[in-house]
Design a binder for this molecule. Structure first.
Ligand SMILES: *[C@@H]1O[C@H](CO)[C@@H](O)[C@H](O)[C@H]1NC(C)=O
Ligand SMILES: *[C@@H]1O[C@H](CO)[C@@H](O)[C@H](O)[C@H]1NC(C)=O
Ligand SMILES: *[C@@H]1O[C@H](CO)[C@@H](O)[C@H](O)[C@H]1NC(C)=O
Ligand SMILES: *[C@@H]1O[C@H](CO)[C@@H](O)[C@H](O)[C@H]1NC(C)=O
Ligand SMILES: *[C@@H]1O[C@H](CO)[C@@H](O)[C@H](O)[C@H]1NC(C)=O
Ligand SMILES: *[C@@H]1O[C@H](CO)[C@@H](O)[C@H](O)[C@H]1NC(C)=O
Ligand SMILES: *[C@@H]1O[C@H](CO)[C@@H](O)[C@H](O)[C@H]1NC(C)=O
Ligand SMILES: *[C@@H]1O[C@H](CO)[C@@H](O)[C@H](O)[C@H]1NC(C)=O
Ligand SMILES: *[C@@H]1O[C@H](CO)[C@@H](O)[C@H](O)[C@H]1NC(C)=O
Ligand SMILES: *[C@@H]1O[C@H](CO)[C@@H](O)[C@H](O)[C@H]1NC(C)=O
Ligand SMILES: *[C@@H]1O[C@H](CO)[C@@H](O)[C@H](O)[C@H]1NC(C)=O
Ligand SMILES: [Cu+2]
Length: 618
């Protein structure tokens, strides 16, 4: 059934007469090379007062903007971002989806790839953009603070007069879906980490604006307005920067043609609704082809139905406004509103994501046929005792709720040296810090049994778990297949799994428990989409494949911030290859050292040791 759907879907894309098929384009190497530029930005991270819904809040932002500045580059450019940290927090910035080939040093994950930038300190991120085009984004990789420290990262093609595999749009517009938190984000994070408290945002936003569903003393909040001209085509670069929710996005009366996801082209897919999980990006064309007027663009979150814990649902709306020079009579009209999917409708997301296929083009890498290593990773919740090994579990305050991959919850090592640095300098103590991420769950159970959602005997048996710095090592060039399986353990959320440094081919997805005997036949090895963030459906699974060919220490984690904060994460260590071209170069000269100004004697000393650690296992 599923297989047939995939097949017909493939044929449907192939026979689509329209946009992509007709346009010949070249991702690189053809046409005249334009000179590569160095794109330079200064990001001043500081706190600022903002007022929404009658409440003033101190928020941490870049350059006084929320969302932060957009970075626009052309493929092949070099980027230098000078971060000036005037906030009271330790900060790092992650360039979400930028592959950072042989440049893991600039990936921006605190204590994994670098020391954080301390308050009143600076750091410059330098990296090159090669072989990627489309929409990505940047965000602080400091748990909840990314809620206000984020912005769009746009990569335009380098070559050709018709650079896109679709007609050149009239305008390109970032659409950043976010959340407004009327509370201190660091407090929300502490509440989740140490207490049972589970805070919620106060509103959702489009391009930082709450829109007219929110008010202060009856006066509606500003909403984002997109002015369009009749007949013109717009490229929306949609980013979900929210901490907590997957969103549906619709524009009343209009359709989207999705042309790219996570800065990889997809076969044009026309739909009236977009589903986008935290960490995902989508490029979608919208034609202003209906009766001139005003139309709401609405973003509404979805959530698992009861017995999953329920959270308030915050909907936000912007306006698409036809700018008809000769006719202003529409401006006073009440905008037309779209009908949104129900908050508990998670199937619309399942179908949306399942319907994406990669666009075939000359520069697209083939799907590797031979698999060197297979991992099956369950995603769920568990608990650890506050003290000792035994305690009251369930909703008790004796235990702390954590999130796991194969029944281990990730914790940062206590060491003061980032893992990448320890790895690069062959620090022997690294092996003591790490525990191998199991390749399979330790125990087989009916992963998607809904009876596991409410706490009770069935759930309590599976709930105990442990914390460790889990890692998995891969030989350079290894082809790795991962099946992520969402479980119904204590909750049945979906899990947008983000991998740093690599894109993944999304071979198949399904509901229920993954069954290799049945599901391998469903793999799309022809034109699967390539993604850096793969939505594992709730009570379902997704199978991905990637080539571990980018040496370094890469964070792999759920992009729901509550899951990440609770430990749904691991690191993938990709070993150096045999040549200099396949090895990680030394850290940049201005790489942050201990205390930022001190000479890090401690690691130089260690790097001179003669003993070579066994790297075959973790
Ligand atoms: C924010 O406002 C408070 C008073 O409401 C003021 O004391 C504080 O200095 C302001 N902070 C900034 C960064 O503007
Ligand atoms: C910031 O990082 C430094 C060094 O890693 C650490 O000692 C300090 O506790 C951190 N501060 C906060 C507020 O997390
Ligand atoms: C950080 O950069 C700012 C702006 O360029 C500069 O004024 C300041 O002196 C720098 N601070 C440090 C600690 O280097
Ligand atoms: C970026 O590309 C330039 C030119 O090829 C090269 O010199 C530089 O080392 C690269 N930088 C990084 C961080 O990879
Ligand atoms: C928004 O408006 C409603 C009804 O007009 C009112 O009950 C509510 O208090 C207002 N919200 C704020 C924050 O003023
Ligand atoms: C202006 O818009 C109104 C409402 O859509 C329409 O009835 C009217 O014909 C338009 N006038 C012109 C000159 O286009
Ligand atoms: C694609 O979407 C349609 C309409 O929502 C749905 O009926 C179909 O099953 C989806 N295809 C796949 C492969 O999920
Ligand atoms: C749980 O324990 C923490 C710290 O011991 C306490 O602050 C909190 O109020 C407790 N919560 C509940 C619901 O008992
Ligand atoms: C780390 O060990 C490898 C051999 O295992 C060696 O090639 C490399 O030079 C060492 N790196 C450093 C920085 O000492
Ligand atoms: C697993 O649980 C689901 C949902 O409760 C149920 O439909 C299914 O039959 C169970 N599967 C097995 C193998 O027990
Ligand atoms: C996880 O491991 C613990 C033992 O450390 C065990 O009690 C528990 O049942 C396991 N849970 C799952 C989901 O495998
Ligand atoms: Cu998750």
């Amino acid at each position: 059934m599923q297989r047939n759907q995939t097949k017909s879907q493939t044929m449907w894309s192939r026979s689509l007469p329209g946009v992509a098929a007709a346009v010949v384009f070249f991702l690189s190497t053809m046409a005249l090379p334009a000179a590569a530029a160095v794109v330079e930005h200064t990001f001043v991270v500081s706190q600022m007062n903002m007022t929404h819904m009658c409440k003033e809040m101190l928020v941490t932002v870049v350059n006084g903007q929320l969302p932060g500045p957009t970075i626009e580059v052309t493929e092949g450019d070099s980027v230098a971002v000078h971060v000036v940290n005037k906030s009271p927090y330790n900060i790092t910035i992650h360039w979400h989806g930028v592959k950072q080939r042989r440049n893991c040093w600039a990936d921006g994950v605190p204590m994994i790839t670098q020391r954080p930038i301390l308050p009143n300190h600076n750091f410059t991120y330098r990296f090159n953009i090669t072989g990627q085009e489309g929409t990505l984004w940047w965000h602080a990789h400091v748990s909840y603070l990314r809620g206000t420290l984020h912005g769009a990262f746009i990569i335009r093609p380098r070559h050709g007069s018709s650079p896109y595999p679709f007609p050149k749009p009239h305008r390109e517009i970032p659409i950043i879906i976010g959340e407004w938190w009327a509370m201190d984000l660091t407090k929300a994070e502490r509440d989740l980490t140490y207490y049972l408290a589970d805070d919620d945002p106060s509103a959702s936003t489009i391009n930082g604006k709450l829109g007219d569903l929110y008010n202060c003393s009856g006066v509606a909040e500003d909403g984002y307005v997109l002015d369009v001209e009749p007949g013109k085509t717009y490229l929306l670069r949609v980013i979900n920067a929210a901490l907590f929710s997957e969103y549906y996005l619709k524009i009343a009366g209009h359709k989207f043609t999705v042309v790219a996801a996570d800065a990889n082209y997809v076969s044009p897919y026309t739909t009236d609704v977009i589903a986008i999980a935290p960490g995902e990006t989508l490029d979608a064309l919208v034609v202003a082809d209906v009766a001139p007027g005003r139309y709401y663009m609405v973003a509404s979150p979805n959530q698992a139905p009861k017995p999953d814990p329920q959270h308030p649902v915050f909907v936000t709306r912007a306006t698409v406004q036809y700018n008809n020079k000769h006719n202003h009579s529409n401006n006073g009209d009440v905008p037309v509103a779209p009908e949104m999917p129900y908050q508990h409708d998670t199937m619309t997301s399942f179908y949306f994501h399942s319907n994406l296929t990669g666009l075939r083009h000359s520069q697209r890498p083939p799907v590797p046929a031979q698999v060197d290593e297979r991992l099956f990773i369950t995603l769920g919740l568990g608990s650890v005792c506050r003290k000792g090994d035994s305690c009251v579990r369930g909703d008790s305050n004796d235990s702390i709720t954590v999130a796991t991959m194969n029944n281990v919850s990730f914790q940062l090592p206590a060491a003061t040296t980032p893992l990448l640095e320890a790895h690069y300098y062959n620090t022997s103590s690294m092996d003591d810090m790490l525990q191998e991420l199991p390749g399979r769950p330790p125990m087989a159970f009916n992963f998607t049994d809904r009876a596991l959602i409410p706490t009770g005997p069935k759930e309590l048996r599976l709930e105990p778990t442990s914390k460790a710095t889990v890692a998995r090592r891969f030989r350079h060039g290894a082809v790795v297949e991962v099946v992520f399986q969402s479980t119904a353990l204590w909750q049945s959320d979906s899990n947008p799994m983000h991998m740093h440094g690599h894109d993944m081919f999304v071979l198949a997805r399904g509901l229920g428990n993954y069954d290799a005997a049945r599901d391998v036949d469903r793999y799309n090895l022809v034109d699967p989409p390539l993604k850096n963030t793969v939505l594992t459906p709730r009570v379902g699974w997704v199978a991905v494949r990637f080539v571990a060919d980018n040496p370094g220490v890469w964070f792999v984690h759920c992009h729901f911030d509550f899951h990440l904060t609770m430990g749904m994460a691991a690191v993938f260590i990709v070993e150096d290859g045999p040549t200099q071209d396949t090895s990680l170069p030394p850290p940049p000269t201005d790489y942050l050292t201990c205390g930022h100004n001190l000479v890090p004697d401690e690691f130089y000393l260690r790097s001179t040791k003669t003993e070579v650690p066994d790297k075959s296992g973790v």
